[in-house]
Design a protein around this ligand. Sequence first.
Ligand code: AMP
Length: 189
Amino acid sequence: MRLILLGPPGAGKGTQAKILVETYNIPQLSTGDILRSAIAAQTPLGLEAKAVVDRGDLVSDAIVNGIVSERLDAADCKNGFVLDGFPRTIAQAEALDAMLADKGVALDAVIEIKADPDVLVQRVINRAKESGGARADDNEDVLRKRLVVYKEQTAPLVDYYTAKGLLKAVDGTAPVEQVTEAIKAAIGN
Ligand code: AMP
């Protein structure tokens, strides 16, 4: 099963990805998690990405495409994966198409988790409280910035994947279990 979870920050991509990992026995590929680990470990990648992530902007396509390309080569991705937070631009989607074509594999579905921006602002504020502020980008100002970036750079992917017949939308404001059921129904198993 090769899936993409698409949706604005706070829509529940990470939560659903973790459930899909168990359901389909596939790894979660989260570019956000990979970047946060690199930032915490102060690797060259982390040092380069930190300021961009902290202010809610997108890291360059070249950097994240490189991360994903390397990750997709790992043995655990052979039978599938759930991409969470990638692609975020049309250029990234095109790069992903090329990577998958190279491997002779195709995406099964792109799940758009839809949610109202106001609900998301509240969710992310709650997440910041619960995590004790562990994510430097979980505050209201940065979130609003990330929502604008989503609208401008990532939302066009809805049309991109609709045109390919891959897009399935689910309501991300429903309870977690219902969102999972809707995703499974959309995938068809
Ligand atoms: P996330 O955990 O997916 O919300 O990502 C957190 C932050 O990491 C984003 O706000 C971006 O700064 C950066 N990031 C994650 N994935 C990508 C991507 N595919 N392209 C560019 N930047 C990304």
